[in-house]
Write a protein that binds this ligand. Structure first.
Ligand code: DGT
Ligand code: CA
Ligand code: CA
Ligand code: ZN
Length: 576
């Protein structure tokens, strides 16, 4: 299967290659835009028909036919032709964040730096800073960029892995004789990135299941295949391990292959202390050397229960105290997607979203939400067409009209308001007062020193109009590091001001992280799970935000979205 990530990669390469081939700037722009739009699609483009593709806003006929060609052939003829004109090493250089084609050309042709390895060496030796147009700062950023890119290419984002696994599972479901199929490993634990997929199944005929698995259309290369297991490299550029197990040890295998490794090691130690041995086939008396009589193994519950533990949700299995909590019977009653009553943070086409206010209302309604807040960007964020106070008031009026039309969901206007460099919010207080839910986010001046950034965010949170601090840390996984700030101080301020802090479900953000969210909750901060959706379909990122909340051990009582509309209204008026 060709994933959206792969499509984006190809169009990105087209754009970069064209800049070296003196390409038409409009075409370059079209490819860059396609990368952006595809990155925002909640579904795999491969699942859409050609006609549906052209209906995506911003995707013209040309790009749509390119997409069809890639889905059919795995590549673009034109790409192959362009590639033969531009050396691979030059392309790799140009891709380093902050580099650009001009500098890349210079390094490649004048300084004979022909690839990333050489570039990294030159940067580490301090040989870039004195070149014209470079400097020490850029040298440092180039190094960071290389390291990030290497790390990112090794792991897949949670959401992308989840969609990929869903598709594989569906295809595997067609194999005769396969009964149960589940993803295990880091994906089942909801980790923010996934190194490889681990799929587990029960089947009457293991060899047949393995053969079916290795012949799936998404498989690029078979790495290993035996009677009950296989490993393949997928076209989506990630490994997938596959195991067939008998039903009587399904629970033991699922427990083992879900991990984490650290959780398993601790669990096995506990088993040994109690006179058992535990492996992927089951739980045995330590005297049962031949593993003949499993005491438990059919289900995970059975195993945990035999060890005197309540079942531990996969999201908690990171060896962060969950086993002791299970022993004490004090595991948290984790929040679930169905407990969420609405979203706070998203965007319409008034700023950088794809859909209208009403589309977003319908999207929220179709999720069964009791209420929702619909957002946009504030005025200073020009790249996203931030709204002036006047335009903002017009949209508030429009939303009031929509409320009359859609009576089965309570609507609120939210805004993602920029936290300016000095910590002021991007609208005057009387404008902020007219917005139902104010989210404050840092979108500029990421490089402030830690103390200054901390003061900036604390000052924003001191404004009683601010309801939620958005995507604290500002990281984009694999693309941009977190900015420096003192989380302890910011959380303390948020707790004092009763400002909620966001857990953002965008695949590349997932910000706060699980551990930071845990720390915030322990400091008495309320968390808000949000989608940051840029289309109605992306409202499904709520599931990703909830996954992070669960990994942080959060319950309904920690989450602002679990309030009823009346409770939420009261909370929003907490400073009045
Ligand atoms: P990943 O793939 O890097 O995102 O992380 P995981 O957790 O999916 O790791 P993976 O695919 O290497 O292995 C899947 C699970 O198998 C892992 O979570 C726990 C189990 N496992 C793997 N190696 C060991 C090991 O050496 N000892 C124990 N106890 N369990 C292991
Ligand atoms: Ca794995
Ligand atoms: Ca694996
Ligand atoms: Zn934002």
């Amino acid at each position: 299967m060709i994933t959206n990530a792969k499509l984006s990669e190809i169009f990105d390469e087209m754009a970069v290659l064209l800049t070296f081939d003196d390409g038409n700037p409009f075409r370059i722009r079209a490819y860059q835009k396609a990368v952006q739009i595809i990155g925002g699609l909640p579904r795999e483009a491969g699942e859409l028909s050609g006609e549906d593709l052209t209906r995506i806003e911003g995707i013209g006929k040309g790009i749509a036919s390119h997409i069809s060609e890639i889905l059919k052939t795995g590549t673009l003829q034109e790409l192959q032709a362009l590639r033969s004109k531009v050396p691979e090493g030059l392309l790799a250089l140009a891709r380093v964040p902050g580099m650009g084609p001009k500098r890349a050309r210079r390094l490649y042709y004048d300084d004979k730096i022909h690839g990333l390895e050489q570039l990294q060496k030159a940067a580490e030796a301090g040989r870039l800073r004195d070149l014209p147009g470079f400097g020490a700062k850029l040298e440092e950023n180039i190094l960071k960029g290389i390291r990030l890119a290497v790390k990112a290419s090794e792991r897949m984002l949670y959401w992308e892995a989840k969609l990929l696994a869903q598709k594989l599972l569906k295809e595997l479901g067609a194999c005769p004789g396969i009964a149960e199929i589940v993803p295990a490993g880091s994906l089942r634990r909801g980790a923010e990135t996934v190194g490889d997929l681990d799929i587990l199944c029960t089947a009457r005929d293991g060899a047949r299941a393995v053969e079916f698995f290795t012949r799936m259309p998404g498989v690029e290369r078979v790495l290993a295949a035996g009677a009950t297991k296989a490993a393949v490299w997928l076209k989506a550029q990630i490994q997938c391990d596959f195991r067939v197990v008998p039903p009587e040890s399904f629970g033991a295998a699922l427990q083992y292959f879900t991990g984490s490794k650290e959780h398993n090691v601790a669990l096995r130690e506990l088993a040994v202390k109690q006179g058992y041995s535990l492996n992927e086939y089951g739980l045995f008396k330590s005297g049962d050397a031949g593993h003949k009589k499993p005491l438990a193994g059919r289900t995970e519950e059975e195993i945990y229960s035999r060890l005197g533990l309540s079942w531990i949700a996969p999201e908690l299995r990171e060896c962060r105290g969950e086993i002791a909590a299970a022993q004490r019977g004090s595991l948290p009653d984790l929040v679930e997607l169905k407990d969420v009553r609405g979203d706070f943070h998203n965007h319409t086409r008034y700023t950088d979203g794809r859909d209208s206010l009403e589309d977003m209302v319908l999207g929220a309604r179709s999720r069964g939400w009791e209420w929702t807040a619909i957002g946009d960007h504030s005025q200073s964020l020009k790249v996203a067409h931030g709204l002036s106070p006047r335009r903002l008031q017009e949209t508030i009026e429009e939303l009031r009209g929509l409320q009359k039309k859609h009576k089965d969901i309570r609507l609120m206007r939210s805004m993602e308001v920029d936290i300016l460099k000095d910590g002021a919010l991007d609208y005057a207080d009387e404008v902020l007062a007219s917005i139902d839910v104010v989210i404050g986010s840092v979108h500029t001046a990421f490089k402030l020193p830690e103390e200054e950034m901390t003061r900036r965010i604390q000052k924003a949170a001191a404004n009683p109009h601010l309801d939620i601090l958005g995507h604290l840390s500002g990281r984009l996984i694999g693309r941009r590091e977190a900015y420096a700030f003192d989380a302890g101080k910011v959380f303390a301020q948020a707790a004092r001001m009763q400002t909620a802090v966001e857990i953002n479900g965008q695949p590349q953000r997932q910000d706060l992280s699980d551990t930071a969210a845990r720390m915030a909750a322990e400091g008495g901060v309320t968390l808000a799970v949000t989608t940051d959706a840029h289309s109605a379909a992306q409202l499904e990122y709520m599931a990703a935000a909830v996954t992070i909340a669960r990994r942080a051990g959060l319950e309904k009582k920690h989450i602002l979205n679990c309030l009823t509309y009346d409770e939420l209204k009261r909370w929003l008026e907490r400073h009045e």
